[in-house]
Design a protein around this ligand. Structure first.
Ligand SMILES: NC(=O)c1ccc[n+]([C@@H]2O[C@H](COP(=O)([O-])OP(=O)(O)OC[C@H]3O[C@@H](n4cnc5c(N)ncnc54)[C@H](OP(=O)(O)O)[C@@H]3O)[C@@H](O)[C@H]2O)c1
Length: 276
């Protein structure tokens, strides 16, 4: 298969390059190619003539998006429009990597693929705008929502917790933000299986199970032998940040599981990641 990956230098993009190494791959990322440049991304995708495009590029700085929503819409909304238009032009199906932050986090149980979206912050709104363009410009697409991604070498929660534990010796972590920690290599394997199915639609692919940021931090410290580091549980209201995350936004994998595509429990994946 010929696979074009946007955001190929990011956490998921790099992982996809490894997992899909047997395929014919091409990709793009900043600074060489900006997906906001419609002509440039159109030419890159048309020139490669892919069988499928995996669109993983995004402005993922959630607090940055809250400070500059226009830039968030430009990159995550209009940039996705450009990738979708390029896919339409070459007749390639598109995989759009989206987020649990398209939901408002007011649910009582994990969100299913068909639940109505209702983002509450600029990052979530910009990713929802991307979903809108994919749905309206293409008929052959996979919208794959995921959550709390981490990969070796990435900027992510496990690395940050370890760094802060070592620097400060004590942590304060929120209890009322709940999601699914997801190991990028597990997601990349699931995507590799999904793109072979032709079962277009909306998917929720995360490691199984969910937890609060507080539980996630405690597990990171436990696995890495730092359980003596004190962690104070705090509410979101006490954690000053630019973006307001959805409080309870774990995803339930129903559509992928029906195809036999499901990721292992988050604790197992985290133990493998931190054991490396
Ligand atoms: N990380 C998470 O917790 C998480 C959770 C749910 C969903 N997602 C989604 O999953 C996907 C992959 O996330 P990730 O963690 O791999 O993100 P990442 O590490 O930030 O990678 C995204 C890549 O896209 C690049 N990029 C940003 N703006 C671009 C532009 N205008 N043109 C071309 N490339 C651009 C980034 O470059 P720079 O680094 O230079 O900006 C980066 O290399 C994203 O679509 C994200 O929205 C992520």
């Amino acid at each position: 298969m010929r696979i074009f990956i946007t955001g190929c230098k990011g956490q998921l993009g790099r992982t996809l390059n490894d997992v899909l190494a047997g395929e014919v791959l091409a990709g793009c990322d900043l600074p060489e190619l900006d997906i906001v440049d419609r002509a440039a991304i159109g030419a890159a995708i048309a020139g490669f003539a892919p069988d499928v495009v995996i669109h993983a590029a995004a402005w993922t700085d959630v607090d940055g998006c809250a400070r500059d929503p226009e830039r968030a819409y430009r990159v995550n909304g209009l940039g996705t429009q450009n990738v979708a238009l390029a896919c339409a032009q070459v007749g390639a199906p598109m995989v759009y990597i989206s987020t649990n932050e398209v939901f408002d986090g007011e649910a009582a149980e994990p969100y299913r693929e068909w639940d109505p979206i209702h983002p509450i912050n600029p990052y979530g709104r910009s990713k929802a705008a991307g979903e809108w363009f994919v749905r309206h410009l293409l008929t052959r697409f996979y919208i794959v929502r995921t959550a709390w991604l981490y990969a070796p070498g990435g900027r992510n929660f496990p690395h940050r917790i370890i760094q802060l534990a070592d620097e400060r010796g004590a942590l304060r972590v929120v209890t009322d933000e709940v999601g699914n920690p997801t190991y990028a290599p597990d997601l990349a394997q699931a995507l590799a299986a999904l793109i072979r199915t032709g079962a277009y639609g909306v998917y929720h692919l995360t490691n199984a199970g969910h937890c609060s940021r507080y539980d996630f931090a405690r597990e990171i410290l436990r696995i890495t032998g730092r359980e003596q580091v004190p962690v104070e549980p705090i509410p979101l209201a006490e954690f000053q940040r630019a973006s307001a995350p959805p409080p309870f936004a774990p995803l339930a994998n129903t559509a992928g599981a029906a195809l036999g595509i499901a990721l292992r429990p988050w604790e197992e994946a985290l133990a493998e990641f931190l054991g490396q």
